[in-house]
Design a protein around this ligand. Structure first.
Ligand code: FES
Length: 182
């Protein structure tokens, strides 16, 4: 059930970074790449791994430290779809759009998730719990169709199974926050 090609666990705890960003981890990364040509995309990828997304303050910091014009950094961060400029939810759902998943009904899973979560691809639920995104092959084709939630693969899915997984997480969240108790 589990494969490790994507693991976003470590990102999510810091998904709410705002202006009080701790740059220490990023500073270590930048030191490795300073002065190396063509390192901007790698640094942006590492920054996203650290913070879960790319806050404006992080983009400015990268521009300053790499001595690249801020406009260039913003340009790259907004051009590539792999980069997020807004925080992700506590649970990042990656729905596979690879061939094996596609032919096994990934679209029906997508529709079910849209309806259940009331969000579309790239969006986060109002309560900040779920972000829904798609990905190319997640490397678990034998489980197609697959979705990954915070690095854990679930499959083979049906629309009903996908909805039940989401409802299970909601229920566990309610329990852990004491909601629903009288
Ligand atoms: S195509 Fe979906 S996991 Fe490979």
């Amino acid at each position: 059930m589990h494969c490790s090609s994507y693991n976003h666990d470590k990102n999510l705890g810091s998904s709410s970074v705002q202006d009080n960003v701790d740059f220490s981890l990023l500073s270590e990364v930048i030191q490795c790449y300073q002065g190396k040509k063509g390192s901007l995309i790698t640094v942006l990828q590492k920054a996203q791994e650290i913070y879960g997304y790319l806050p404006l303050s992080v983009l400015k910091y990268i521009a300053k430290e790499l001595k690249v014009k801020p406009a260039v950094v913003y340009g790259v961060a907004t051009f590539y779809t792999q980069f997020r400029l807004t925080p992700v939810g506590k649970y990042l759902i990656l729905l596979c759009q690879g061939t094996a998943c596609h032919v096994n009904g990934a679209d029906t899973i997508k529709t079910a998730l849209y309806e259940e979560l009331k969000i579309k691809e790239g969006q986060t639920t109002e309560d900040g719990l779920f972000t829904l995104d798609t990905a190319a092959c997640l490397g678990c084709c034998s489980l197609a169709p697959v979705m990954m939630i915070n690095g854990q693969a679930y499959g083979p899915l049906t629309p009903e199974k996908a909805i039940n997984i989401i409802r299970g997480i909601y229920a566990a969240e309610k329990e852990s926050t004491g909601e629903g108790e009288n």
